[in-house]
Write a protein that binds this ligand. Structure first.
Ligand code: IMP
Ligand code: MG
Length: 187
């Protein structure tokens, strides 16, 4: 078996400074869970998480929501460049649960351009839910106020830097980091 030694002079890009610590994330996620519990009391909301980025957020969020609720998953992939959304979205995995007359809350990791979410909203609205809202852990501070106003729950507004950790990746890596870090290498 031959092993190739990696060139030690080659720069190893990695996650940079902490933008949000595990503790900050935990506190804010718990606040969101309490708020959702109050707002949806008596209604058994259906949380729809968008894979893969939202999986860590969803797992923490559901354990802070003090009322009965259900979850389902959807996976989408956007065409075009790896790190910039094209707005043309393909469903890779559809939901199992029927949305008719349900109170649906889309759970997203980050609203960047908002194109993925705009597409999802249109598609899910066509399935006649009783209500359709969005809970995003992160939203770019740069998104237009009108788009921001359409997000019912937002954990944090963040700058335009690419971030990794807490479910978010670069090229499928670093999702496991417990805090959210600014990515300093190439995307
Ligand atoms: P949008 O359609 O431009 O809003 O892109 C949304 C999706 O792009 C998110 O759900 C993420 O999967 C991904 N994304 C956008 N910004 C970042 C980032 O900084 N780190 C990791 N993924 C990101
Ligand atoms: Mg995503």
């Amino acid at each position: 078996m031959s092993v190739e030694a990696s060139d030690p002079s080659e720069p190893q890009p990695g996650p940079g400074p902490v933008l949000l610590s595990a503790e900050q994330l935990k506190v804010r996620v718990a606040e969101l869970g309490q708020e959702i519990g109050r707002d949806y009391a008596g209604r058994t909301p259906l949380l729809v998480a968008v894979l893969k980025g939202a999986f860590v957020f969803l797992a923490d969020l559901v354990r802070t929501i003090p009322i009965p609720h259900e979850i389902d998953f959807m996976a989408v992939s956007s065409y075009g460049a790896a790190t910039r959304s094209s707005g043309i979205v393909r469903i890779v995995k559809d939901l199992d649960i029927d949305l008719e007359d349900r109170h649906v809350l889309i759970v997203e990791d980050i609203v960047d351009s908002g194109l993925t979410l705009a597409y999802l909203r249109r598609m899910l609205a066509a399935r006649n839910p009783a209500s359709l809202d969005v809970c995003a852990l992160l939203a770019r501070a740069s998104i237009p106020p009108m788009d921001r106003a359409s997000l019912r729950y937002v954990g944090f507004s963040i700058p335009d830097d690419w971030v990794v950790g807490y479910g978010l990746d670069v090229a499928e890596r670093w999702r496991d980091l417990p805090d959210l870090r600014v990515w300093t290498g190439p995307t």
